[in-house]
Write a protein that binds this ligand. Structure first.
Ligand code: GLN
Length: 284
């Protein structure tokens, strides 16, 4: 069969489930990973053929994609800030916004060396792993309530050849805080989608990302931010910084909450889509 034809078929069958650009980008990933055929190959050799075995392999993969499995879970990995991160159903698939969060932290702290960093709700470990690579001699700790997520995080640290201490902790439980030491940076991308926002979510996210990593009750949308900030009051070194990824609807609320607890230089930053997505603050 002609590769370019198969490509077109895949894009058109995915359109509907995804918008056209997403469908094309998924098809490109599939072709590169599974057939070793990239965009240029397709353009330069439109008559290129694939054999029956490859065709069958693609057929099986198409079926999984069409039943709504995310491409990252089918392949078992994704790219995050240029690194390979393994994913499965127990961890949130790393998002492009979170790449912006780590970029921000690296930009603001790359001159320092030996920073002690805590990543709360580490999931796949993507934030800690990039920070371990991007900050000089940083000492990274990642915590998560999910042991299954931590298993992935450990695998990902090994895969990317960085050393991170991963610990199972529920940050909402105050009694576990004493077992954590002092940090110069605390970062978190906690669950922040309110239950009533579920109805606006893409079915694929809703069906495949772990709800534990996504949702907060409508009547308590800042629960993680409040607890993490309280914990930070006793676990940040003088001048230590806090960085959050947030729900775009709650920028001001998170800012006010941090200021009311005594954080200074509290800033809301926008993501590439122009939405309030990050809040940072300093504890002097
Ligand atoms: N940004 C994610 C989403 O839109 C949510 C991540 C989170 O809750 N921390 O699905």
């Amino acid at each position: 069969m002609q590769a370019s034809l198969l490509f077109k078929n895949l894009v058109s069958s995915l359109t509907g489930l995804y918008d056209k650009n997403e469908a094309a980008s998924i098809a490109r990933i599939v072709f590169e990973e599974k057939l070793n055929i990239n965009r240029t190959d397709l353009a330069l050799d439109p008559l290129r053929q694939i054999n029956k075995k490859e065709e069958d392999k693609m057929e099986r993969l198409f079926q999984k994609l069409l039943t709504g499995s995310p491409i990252q879970q089918i392949l078992g990995h994704t790219d995050f800030y240029g690194l390979k991160i393994k994913v499965n159903k127990n961890v949130l698939i790393p998002r492009p916004e979170t790449e912006e969060l780590v970029q921000l932290i690296i930009n603001e702290n790359k001159k320092e060396t030996g920073l002690k960093v805590l990543d709360i709700g580490t999931g796949s470990g993507c934030i800690s792993i990039v920070l371990a690579c991007g900050l000089k001699n940083a000492d990274l700790t990642g915590i998560d309530i999910s042991n299954k997520a931590l298993r992935m995080a450990r695998m990902n640290a090994k895969l990317n050849d960085v050393e991170i201490q991963f610990k199972e902790r529920n940050i909402l439980e105050k009694k576990t805080w004493h077992s954590l030491k002092e940090f110069d940076i605390i970062v978190s991308n906690p669950p922040y989608v309110t239950e009533s926002e579920q109805k606006d979510m893409h079915i694929i996210v809703l069906n495949h990302d772990p709800h534990l990593a996504l949702f907060v009750p409508d009547n308590d949308p800042l629960r993680f931010y409040e607890k993490i900030s309280d914990m930070a009051l006793s676990h940040l070194s003088p001048g230590g910084k806090i960085y959050f990824e947030i729900n775009e609807a709650f920028g001001k609320n998170v800012k006010n909450m941090l200021e009311s607890k005594g954080f200074t230089n509290v800033l809301i930053k926008k993501d590439l889509n122009g939405k309030d997505r990050f809040v940072s603050g300093i504890l002097v």
